[in-house]
Write a new protein. Structure first.
Length: 158
């Protein structure tokens, strides 16, 4: 599976107009994270190893990305207006999500893995929000900050 994932990342680097890359649902990996609140944001803290793998691979291809400020995470609420009575009620709760290791998203600046989580969507609805935020639920890999000198992105893979 790692070889197929590597090919998908290369495709994303070479074809920036492809917003996300999709694979069969059977490739989904299920895992959990812990909910924390940071100011007006609700963040699901996730395991680091998968994100570090994607960052390692991108670096091998000449693309450097920063580790996100909240490390490995999914932004559940991004400063959206939530009734104060509902805010913080699930602090420390463990939520399940699943992701496809080949469903890499990239917008020219940020890299991520799209995630699916009925429990996080239900949490958002319980707070009076839409099930999905403006930018769909995703597991942040990082923000691109440098490319190998001589890279004529997106025409070539550096």
């Amino acid at each position: 599976m790692l070889q197929r994932s590597s090919t998908k990342i290369l495709d994303a680097i070479a074809n920036p107009h492809m917003y996300t890359l999709r694979a069969d649902k059977r490739d989904m990996i299920k895992t959990t994270g812990t909910l924390t609140y940071q100011g007006s944001w609700a963040i699901l803290q996730c395991e680091m190893d998968p994100i570090l793998y994607y960052q390692w691979f991108l670096r091998r291809k000449g693309v450097k990305v920063n580790l996100p400020i909240w490390k490995s995470h999914i932004s559940v609420v991004r400063g959206e207006g939530v009734a104060s009575a509902k805010w913080g009620t699930h602090e420390g709760g463990v939520f399940t999500y699943q992701y496809d290791p080949e469903n890499i998203g990239w917008n020219g600046s940020y890299w991520w893995l799209e995630v699916s989580s009925p429990s996080l969507e239900a949490l958002r609805v319980s707070m009076g929000l839409e099930p999905q935020p403006k930018y769909k639920l995703h597991w942040t890999i990082g923000k691109e900050y440098e490319r190998r000198l001589g890279c004529r992105f997106p025409r070539s893979i550096c």
